[in-house]
Ligand binder design. Structure first.
Ligand code: 0SG
Length: 209
């Protein structure tokens, strides 16, 4: 079975509201995704994403009924912390988490679409770079951008990455990519809905770290 299909995102209801408990249960599996990368270089990124999830969960658990959807958390924090919002609490953690989720989405979509460096078809640099440029680069100052360049050199070979997504099983590449495409359906809808919520609530910030 595929690591991705074991942890699929659920279909959203017509109003595209995102159930906080279900969302947290599903994203909790994402940090294990980093084990597919096979290098400790990615540990700080794994910690950053885990930290975002822990922060959102901590706030949700204070009042699961009040915070039943992600939007209800943002609305409650906007009311409670008018002066600092949106740079506060779960609103801030989800703002960053969604960028990491978008990065993963673009990278997997690029792999599924067969985008390759024809001179180095077993490298995933082209897919990772596309994801970085579209999802994260504008939020990073030059020092973090340099970190990205260094991390890129530790990216796994395409064949090894796809194999680890299949939990080490010998799965044909077309089967593995079909699993990636299936995973991306609800995943992409969910990430898009979070982005839409940030735009609609005017909660997006564009400062750099
Ligand atoms: C396959 C190869 C993959 C290569 C991937 C490279 C990706 C980029 C490398 C750059 C390394 C970045 C490491 C961490 C950067 C963090 O500084 C930033 C900003 O972090 C936020 O800062 C925190 O997340 C916030 O935490 S919070 O929960 O408490 O709210 C908060 O601390 C905030 C600052 O707060 S403020 O000053 O505003 O008050 N993080 C990122 O850029 C996100 C990086 C996600 C990368 C996702 C990559 C996924 C790769 C998966 C591959 C399978």
């Amino acid at each position: 079975m595929s690591l991705l299909l074991d942890n699929q995102f659920k279909e959203l209801p017509p109003d595209k509201s995102i159930d906080t408990k279900l969302f947290l249960e599903t994203v909790a599996h994402l940090p294990t995704f980093f084990d597919c990368l096979g290098s400790k270089v990615f540990s700080p990124i794994k910690s950053d994403i885990s930290g975002n999830i822990t922060k959102i969960r901590g706030i949700y658990l204070k009042d699961p009924t009040k915070y039943v959807t992600l939007q209800s958390i943002l609305e409650a924090e906007r009311e409670a912390h008018a002066a600092e919002w949106p740079k506060v609490g779960a609103t801030l953690a989800l703002m960053w988490l969604k960028r990491g989720l978008r990065f993963i989405q673009i990278m997997l979509q690029s792999l599924a679409d067969g985008e390759k460096d024809e001179n180095n078809p077993n490298l995933i640099k082209v897919n990772v770079t596309k994801a970085y440029e579209q999802a994260l680069k504008k939020y990073h100052g030059w020092m973090v951008q340099k970190l990205f360049s260094a991390a890129l050199n530790a990216a796994p070979y395409r064949s090894n990455f796809l194999k680890s997504l299949s939990k080490g099983e010998e799965v044909k590449e077309d089967v593995c990519l079909a699993n990636v495409r299936q995973f991306l359906v609800n995943y992409t809808i969910t990430v898009d809905a979070i982005y839409e919520m940030y735009t609609d609530m005017n909660a997006e910030l564009d400062y750099t770290v």
